[in-house]
Design a protein around this ligand. Structure first.
Ligand SMILES: *Cc1c(COP(=O)(O)O)cnc(C)c1O
Length: 393
């Protein structure tokens, strides 16, 4: 018999009933160190006092009004994002998938408004942009699209790292190129800064818009507010979600005025997108995460975590191959099965997240402490020892 909850997830038999900072408390009382953070969502950990205060204060005032009216919390968050980024304008969504949908629509509409016939969007193998019909067509992975056709046309998929194929794919029909600066689901595969610069140049040369998907790697996770800042370039359109709400459902599309020129009144909308509750929380997240001192701390702690993970890989070469990623979006490329490492972590009360390419993702709250980093790596080492012992048995 089908369960009451549609069985689309492979769930671990863990039930968390409370969260405090980097820790999740299981129903049986065990305390788990959370290196997954809801897949890069709980950027400030669990039950951060500033977020609890912002949410409860807004909850007592006003939860929802329609976008038929002005929403001051939405305007304040949009201004904060515009002030801290390349963008001139922001549309709020409730998720990363919805942000992907708008990014696609915005890019096509841009060319429509200019009277040019450009509707193709170039995307990359291993990408993940969400699970809507548009987003699965964009990523194009066999596993995600199987049985859901006919797919939305207009996407051109290029192998990761194949510069020749990329150059051939971008031409006069290309509306935009869409890419994650660091592929999350794809296995913490980072676009080198030089490649991101090259991609910007290619877009400039051909007129194509550059859409960056920073849903997983953005909002301070790399030690800069947005990952593309490291490469010294700016996109035309950017999707964010996950960390921006710190656990409250919130996403956004940021864009330049030029890229957004087709998006006139009535061209897009959302009932919940940009509601007062979500934006009050988002503003509280921004006030903390966009602070240079906070980002410096992320950088400092990420160096420490990376050093310790490099040590772990060196100590357990049967289990791990290499450390990937930057900041606090890291991956352990495994020699053992990544699922076994994640599983062994559960037994040691440390939470990690599997990704494609046999990678275990390490995405702790950005507020993780030095002591917690040391404890996390000690637990990962015990988990790896158990995987190794099992393999030997
Ligand atoms: C999670 C994710 C999405 C989809 O976001 P949802 O909030 O799950 O809809 C899109 N792009 C990237 C890079 C992601 O990591």
């Amino acid at each position: 018999m089908i369960p009451a909850v549609l069985p689309t997830y492979n769930r671990a038999p863990l039930t968390f009933v409370r969260g405090e900072g980097s820790w999740l408390v299981e129903a049986d009382g065990r305390r788990f160190l959370d290196l997954g953070a809801g897949i890069a969502v709980n950027a400030l950990g669990h039950a951060h006092p500033a977020l609890v205060a912002a949410l409860t204060a807004q909850a007592q005032r006003l939860w929802h009004v329609s976008n038929l009216y002005r929403i001051p919390e939405q305007e304040a968050l949009a201004e904060a994002l515009v002030g801290a980024s390349f963008a001139d304008t922001v549309f709020f969504t409730n998720s990363g998938t919805e942000a992907a949908e708008l990014a696609i629509k915005m890019a096509r509409r841009h060319w429509h408004a200019k009277g040019e016939d450009r509707d193709e969007i170039v995307t990359f193998e291993g990408a993940f942009h969400g699970r809507s019909t548009g987003a699965i067509a964009a990523a194009g992975s066999e596993k995600m699209v199987k049985g859901f056709g006919p797919l939305m046309p207009g996407f051109v998929h290029v192998p990761w790292g194949d510069h020749e194929r990329l150059r051939n794919a971008v031409g006069p029909r290309t509306a935009a190129v869409m890419v994650e600066p660091i592929q999350g689901e794809g296995g913490i595969r980072a676009l080198p800064d030089a490649c991101l610069k090259g991609l910007r140049d290619l877009c400039d040369a051909t007129g194509a818009l550059l859409i960056l998907d920073e849903v997983q790697c953005g909002m301070g996770r790399t030690g800069r507010l947005f990952a593309h800042e490291w490469a010294g370039i700016a996109p035309d359109i950017m999707m964010v979600a996950k960390g921006i709400g710190g656990g409250f459902p919130l996403g956004a599309v940021l864009a330049t005025e030029r890229a957004a020129q087709g998006m006139t009144a009535g061209s897009h909308g959302s009932t919940y997108g940009g509601n007062p509750l979500a934006c009050a929380v988002g503003l509280a997240v921004m006030r903390i995460v966009a602070e240079p001192a906070f980002l410096d701390e992320v950088k400092r702690k990420s160096v420490l975590l990376r050093q310790k993970l490099e040590g772990l890989v060196a100590a357990r070469p049967e289990v791990f191959e290499e450390v990937r990623g930057t900041g606090l979006i890291l991956g352990l490329k495994c020699r053992a099965a990544n699922a076994d490492v994640v599983q062994a972590g559960y037994a040691e009360a440390v939470l990690t997240v599997p990704a494609a390419d046999n990678v275990v993702r390490i995405l702790p709250p950005l507020t993780i402490t030095e002591e917690e980093i040391a404890e996390a790596v000690a637990r990962l080492d015990r988990a790896a020892a158990a995987v190794q012992a099992d393999a030997a048995a």
